[in-house]
Design a protein around this ligand. Structure first.
Ligand SMILES: *[C@@H]1O[C@H](CO)[C@@H](O)[C@H](O)[C@H]1NC(C)=O
Length: 245
Protein backbone atom coordinates (compact mmCIF):
# COMPACT_ATOMS: atom_id res chain seq x y z
CA UNK A 1 0.00 0.00 0.00
CA UNK A 2 2.82 2.40 0.91
CA UNK A 3 4.60 1.72 -2.35
CA UNK A 4 1.47 2.07 -4.32
CA UNK A 5 0.82 5.34 -2.70
CA UNK A 6 4.34 6.54 -3.29
CA UNK A 7 4.22 5.57 -6.93
CA UNK A 8 1.00 7.47 -7.37
CA UNK A 9 2.44 10.49 -5.68
CA UNK A 10 5.56 10.40 -7.83
CA UNK A 11 3.41 10.15 -10.90
CA UNK A 12 1.39 13.16 -9.94
CA UNK A 13 4.35 15.31 -9.07
CA UNK A 14 6.09 14.19 -12.19
CA UNK A 15 3.15 14.94 -14.42
CA UNK A 16 2.69 18.32 -12.76
CA UNK A 17 6.35 19.19 -13.32
CA UNK A 18 6.27 18.10 -16.88
CA UNK A 19 3.24 20.24 -17.38
CA UNK A 20 4.47 23.32 -15.55
CA UNK A 21 8.14 23.52 -16.53
CA UNK A 22 8.75 20.87 -19.13
CA UNK A 23 11.66 19.62 -17.01
CA UNK A 24 12.32 15.96 -16.48
CA UNK A 25 14.35 13.68 -14.28
CA UNK A 26 12.48 13.90 -11.00
CA UNK A 27 13.58 11.43 -8.34
CA UNK A 28 11.50 10.10 -5.54
CA UNK A 29 13.43 8.63 -2.69
CA UNK A 30 11.93 5.30 -1.72
CA UNK A 31 12.61 3.50 -4.97
CA UNK A 32 10.22 5.65 -6.92
CA UNK A 33 12.77 6.88 -9.42
CA UNK A 34 11.50 7.75 -12.82
CA UNK A 35 13.79 7.67 -15.81
CA UNK A 36 14.45 10.91 -17.57
CA UNK A 37 12.77 11.32 -20.89
CA UNK A 38 14.42 13.07 -23.74
CA UNK A 39 12.88 16.23 -24.91
CA UNK A 40 12.62 17.26 -28.53
CA UNK A 41 15.88 18.88 -29.55
CA UNK A 42 15.53 22.62 -29.36
CA UNK A 43 18.58 23.19 -31.62
CA UNK A 44 16.56 21.77 -34.45
CA UNK A 45 13.77 24.13 -33.69
CA UNK A 46 16.25 27.03 -33.84
CA UNK A 47 16.89 26.20 -37.44
CA UNK A 48 20.63 25.40 -36.93
CA UNK A 49 22.68 22.28 -37.05
CA UNK A 50 26.39 21.55 -36.86
CA UNK A 51 26.95 22.18 -40.55
CA UNK A 52 25.44 25.63 -40.28
CA UNK A 53 22.87 24.78 -42.85
CA UNK A 54 19.56 26.45 -42.55
CA UNK A 55 17.00 23.88 -41.67
CA UNK A 56 13.28 24.08 -41.68
CA UNK A 57 11.91 23.97 -38.15
CA UNK A 58 10.03 20.71 -37.64
CA UNK A 59 6.31 21.00 -38.18
CA UNK A 60 4.41 21.60 -34.98
CA UNK A 61 2.55 18.32 -35.42
CA UNK A 62 5.93 16.60 -35.09
CA UNK A 63 6.67 18.39 -31.83
CA UNK A 64 3.27 17.68 -30.37
CA UNK A 65 3.61 14.04 -31.37
CA UNK A 66 6.87 13.90 -29.38
CA UNK A 67 5.18 15.64 -26.49
CA UNK A 68 2.40 13.10 -26.40
CA UNK A 69 4.89 10.29 -26.37
CA UNK A 70 6.93 11.89 -23.59
CA UNK A 71 4.12 11.99 -21.01
CA UNK A 72 3.08 8.36 -21.49
CA UNK A 73 6.04 6.16 -20.59
CA UNK A 74 5.05 2.70 -19.32
CA UNK A 75 5.74 3.57 -15.66
CA UNK A 76 3.29 6.45 -15.79
CA UNK A 77 0.71 4.28 -17.44
CA UNK A 78 1.16 1.67 -14.73
CA UNK A 79 0.64 4.22 -11.98
CA UNK A 80 -2.37 5.64 -13.74
CA UNK A 81 -3.82 2.14 -13.89
CA UNK A 82 -3.21 1.63 -10.17
CA UNK A 83 -4.96 4.88 -9.36
CA UNK A 84 -7.85 3.93 -11.61
CA UNK A 85 -8.19 0.69 -9.64
CA UNK A 86 -8.23 2.54 -6.34
CA UNK A 87 -10.87 4.91 -7.68
CA UNK A 88 -13.01 2.04 -8.90
CA UNK A 89 -12.71 0.40 -5.49
CA UNK A 90 -13.71 3.62 -3.76
CA UNK A 91 -16.78 3.96 -5.96
CA UNK A 92 -17.77 0.34 -5.27
CA UNK A 93 -17.50 0.63 -1.52
CA UNK A 94 -18.85 4.14 -1.17
CA UNK A 95 -20.85 5.51 -4.12
CA UNK A 96 -20.32 9.13 -3.06
CA UNK A 97 -16.62 8.71 -3.73
CA UNK A 98 -17.22 8.28 -7.46
CA UNK A 99 -17.13 12.09 -7.55
CA UNK A 100 -14.34 13.93 -9.34
CA UNK A 101 -13.82 15.85 -6.07
CA UNK A 102 -12.86 12.64 -4.31
CA UNK A 103 -10.62 11.22 -7.01
CA UNK A 104 -7.50 9.54 -5.68
CA UNK A 105 -4.91 10.90 -5.17
CA UNK A 106 -6.37 14.04 -3.73
CA UNK A 107 -4.12 17.06 -4.13
CA UNK A 108 -5.68 20.24 -2.96
CA UNK A 109 -4.42 23.08 -0.86
CA UNK A 110 -7.17 23.62 1.61
CA UNK A 111 -10.46 22.14 2.77
CA UNK A 112 -13.42 24.25 1.88
CA UNK A 113 -15.61 25.53 4.68
CA UNK A 114 -19.21 24.28 4.76
CA UNK A 115 -20.14 27.99 4.89
CA UNK A 116 -18.47 28.64 1.55
CA UNK A 117 -19.78 28.43 -1.97
CA UNK A 118 -18.48 25.44 -3.84
CA UNK A 119 -18.06 24.84 -7.55
CA UNK A 120 -20.85 26.10 -9.81
CA UNK A 121 -22.09 28.38 -7.03
CA UNK A 122 -23.47 25.46 -5.04
CA UNK A 123 -23.25 25.80 -1.28
CA UNK A 124 -20.87 23.39 0.45
CA UNK A 125 -23.51 22.58 3.02
CA UNK A 126 -27.17 22.06 2.25
CA UNK A 127 -29.43 21.60 5.22
CA UNK A 128 -31.50 18.40 5.20
CA UNK A 129 -33.27 16.62 8.04
CA UNK A 130 -31.92 13.59 9.81
CA UNK A 131 -33.06 10.40 8.12
CA UNK A 132 -32.78 11.77 4.57
CA UNK A 133 -31.93 8.88 2.29
CA UNK A 134 -31.62 10.52 -1.11
CA UNK A 135 -28.08 10.73 -2.42
CA UNK A 136 -26.66 13.87 -3.97
CA UNK A 137 -23.70 13.80 -6.34
CA UNK A 138 -20.50 15.28 -4.85
CA UNK A 139 -21.97 15.43 -1.35
CA UNK A 140 -22.13 13.16 1.67
CA UNK A 141 -25.21 13.24 3.83
CA UNK A 142 -24.85 13.19 7.59
CA UNK A 143 -24.17 15.21 10.70
CA UNK A 144 -21.27 17.65 10.45
CA UNK A 145 -20.36 20.78 12.27
CA UNK A 146 -23.37 22.66 10.90
CA UNK A 147 -25.78 19.93 11.79
CA UNK A 148 -27.60 17.48 9.54
CA UNK A 149 -27.32 17.98 5.83
CA UNK A 150 -25.31 17.41 2.68
CA UNK A 151 -21.64 18.25 2.98
CA UNK A 152 -19.68 18.76 -0.20
CA UNK A 153 -16.72 16.43 -0.70
CA UNK A 154 -14.50 19.51 -0.61
CA UNK A 155 -15.30 19.85 3.10
CA UNK A 156 -13.53 17.76 5.67
CA UNK A 157 -16.88 17.07 7.33
CA UNK A 158 -17.85 14.89 4.38
CA UNK A 159 -15.06 12.45 5.23
CA UNK A 160 -15.89 12.41 8.92
CA UNK A 161 -19.42 11.46 7.89
CA UNK A 162 -18.31 8.80 5.44
CA UNK A 163 -15.85 7.33 7.89
CA UNK A 164 -18.51 7.01 10.56
CA UNK A 165 -20.76 5.28 8.09
CA UNK A 166 -18.09 2.89 6.81
CA UNK A 167 -17.20 1.94 10.36
CA UNK A 168 -20.80 0.95 11.02
CA UNK A 169 -21.22 -0.76 7.71
CA UNK A 170 -18.90 -3.70 7.70
CA UNK A 171 -19.65 -5.85 4.66
CA UNK A 172 -22.07 -8.70 5.41
CA UNK A 173 -20.33 -11.82 6.58
CA UNK A 174 -22.82 -14.49 5.41
CA UNK A 175 -20.12 -16.34 3.51
CA UNK A 176 -17.00 -14.93 5.06
CA UNK A 177 -14.77 -17.63 3.61
CA UNK A 178 -15.54 -17.13 -0.04
CA UNK A 179 -13.06 -15.31 -2.23
CA UNK A 180 -15.68 -12.73 -3.03
CA UNK A 181 -16.34 -12.02 0.64
CA UNK A 182 -12.64 -11.64 1.25
CA UNK A 183 -12.33 -9.24 -1.66
CA UNK A 184 -15.22 -7.15 -0.37
CA UNK A 185 -13.71 -7.10 3.07
CA UNK A 186 -10.32 -6.03 1.84
CA UNK A 187 -11.81 -3.35 -0.46
CA UNK A 188 -13.84 -2.01 2.41
CA UNK A 189 -10.78 -1.93 4.62
CA UNK A 190 -8.65 -0.10 2.03
CA UNK A 191 -11.32 2.49 1.35
CA UNK A 192 -11.96 2.98 5.04
CA UNK A 193 -8.28 3.81 5.52
CA UNK A 194 -8.28 6.34 2.72
CA UNK A 195 -11.43 7.94 4.11
CA UNK A 196 -10.08 7.93 7.66
CA UNK A 197 -6.82 9.53 6.58
CA UNK A 198 -8.73 12.23 4.76
CA UNK A 199 -10.96 12.82 7.76
CA UNK A 200 -7.93 13.70 9.89
CA UNK A 201 -5.94 15.44 7.16
CA UNK A 202 -4.95 19.05 7.69
CA UNK A 203 -5.36 19.63 3.96
CA UNK A 204 -7.15 17.60 1.26
CA UNK A 205 -4.03 15.89 -0.01
CA UNK A 206 -3.53 12.14 0.31
CA UNK A 207 0.21 12.55 0.86
CA UNK A 208 -0.39 14.93 3.73
CA UNK A 209 -3.31 12.84 4.98
CA UNK A 210 -1.04 9.88 5.50
CA UNK A 211 1.47 11.97 7.44
CA UNK A 212 -1.30 13.45 9.58
CA UNK A 213 -2.72 9.99 10.32
CA UNK A 214 0.70 8.76 11.43
CA UNK A 215 1.27 11.82 13.61
CA UNK A 216 -2.10 11.31 15.20
CA UNK A 217 -1.43 7.62 15.84
CA UNK A 218 1.82 8.60 17.54
CA UNK A 219 -0.07 11.00 19.76
CA UNK A 220 1.64 14.07 18.34
CA UNK A 221 -0.68 17.06 18.57
CA UNK A 222 -2.42 17.63 15.31
CA UNK A 223 -1.87 20.86 13.47
CA UNK A 224 -4.91 22.98 12.91
CA UNK A 225 -6.51 22.11 9.63
CA UNK A 226 -6.85 24.65 6.93
CA UNK A 227 -10.23 25.57 5.67
CA UNK A 228 -10.85 28.17 3.03
CA UNK A 229 -13.51 29.75 0.92
CA UNK A 230 -12.04 28.35 -2.25
CA UNK A 231 -10.36 25.28 -3.66
CA UNK A 232 -7.24 24.92 -5.71
CA UNK A 233 -4.94 22.25 -7.04
CA UNK A 234 -1.80 21.94 -4.97
CA UNK A 235 0.75 21.69 -7.77
CA UNK A 236 3.20 23.96 -5.97
CA UNK A 237 2.80 22.15 -2.67
CA UNK A 238 3.31 18.78 -4.31
CA UNK A 239 6.51 19.87 -6.02
CA UNK A 240 7.96 21.22 -2.78
CA UNK A 241 6.87 18.16 -0.82
CA UNK A 242 8.65 15.81 -3.21
CA UNK A 243 12.07 17.12 -2.21
CA UNK A 244 11.50 16.78 1.52
CA UNK A 245 9.85 13.44 1.27
C1 LIG B 1 -3.25 6.15 5.87
O1 LIG B 1 -2.42 6.41 6.98
C2 LIG B 1 -1.73 5.27 7.48
C3 LIG B 1 -0.99 5.73 8.70
O2 LIG B 1 -1.87 5.84 9.79
C4 LIG B 1 -0.80 4.72 6.43
O3 LIG B 1 -0.15 3.58 6.89
C5 LIG B 1 -1.60 4.40 5.19
O4 LIG B 1 -0.73 3.98 4.15
C6 LIG B 1 -2.40 5.60 4.74
N1 LIG B 1 -3.24 5.21 3.63
C7 LIG B 1 -3.32 5.92 2.52
C8 LIG B 1 -4.18 5.36 1.46
O5 LIG B 1 -2.73 6.97 2.37
Amino acid sequence: MANLWLDSFCLLVYAARLYVTGTVGLQCQEGGQIDAIEQPESSVANGCNLNNRIQEPPPSSFISALGTKAVKPPQLQKMADKNAKINAKMARVCPELASEYARYPLQMKSWVSPDAMGPNKNPCWISAPRGTTERKDDYAFGAGKKGWGYYHLLTRDSYTILYARLTNEMPGCCCAFSAEARRQMSDWDDVKTIVYNRSVATIPDDAQAKKDAIRLAQGVAQAHYHEGQNFQLAVGVATTAATGF
